[in-house]
Design a protein around this ligand. Sequence first.
Ligand code: ADP
Ligand code: ADP
Length: 232
Amino acid sequence: MIEIKNVNKVFYQAGREIKALDDINLSIAEGSIYGVIGSSGAGKSTLIRCVNLLERPTKGRIFVDGIELNSLSANELTLARRKIGMIFQHFNLLSSRTVFNNVGLPLELAGVSKQEIKEKVESLLELVGLSDKKDSYPANLSGGQKQRVAIARALASDPKVLLCDEATSALDPATTHSILELLRKINREFNLTILLITHEMAVVKSICSDVAIIGGGKLVEQGPVGDIFAHP
Ligand code: ADP
Ligand code: ADP
């Protein structure tokens, strides 16, 4: 579902060259929950931002659902983005919009009819267990509820892939557990491929089928979680 081939990303800062990604190769199968783990500065955010078209690789190619991202025109890019949902550590909800209107925003932007938006948003809110909060504002929600709204919004355009950038790092352990359970349910129900980045080993062990370890922009190791973290 996601192919990352020989990807390099170089930043220039104060005349210095920073190799944020150094020849990364990953192959992420459809329907998997794939974790990328590494310490701060390892290159995790840069990697996920390249997949989400927020950054362009300096070198290399990325394919999502068979489409090479670098080769797209502006119009094709808009369509390709709809295949990719993303959630963040700090949720990135719009504070002036209700839960309903946060979740419906991607559909509004895509020109979907009001009736269809209503049906879709209501079914998404049911999926994430927040039907009773549709008229609330983000400021009146807990962290876990905010992340549920963000997940519903990310699913609004029926993406093939969900990218999670430290999605549970701002949450307490019990809430983290419930959000990971929700991700697992979505993965199963929709065969949605999930790529998540985290600095927390427990997150990877709890839901990932496969893992890549990165450090200093380089791929250190990758494989099924059971193989990489096997205990003697
Ligand atoms: P992680 O998400 O694993 O903490 P990042 O991908 O954020 O790592 O960063 C990898 C490296 O790239 C770090 O050395 C960081 O300082 C650098 N970096 C990331 N984004 C930029 C940028 N926009 N400009 C300059 N350097 C950057
Ligand atoms: P805005 O003021 O941001 O334009 P509106 O309140 O006009 O948003 O809502 C936009 C659409 O979403 C309307 O069709 C409205 O009926 C629908 N809508 C908004 N909130 C809800 C809700 N809680 N339940 C069902 N439909 C809603």
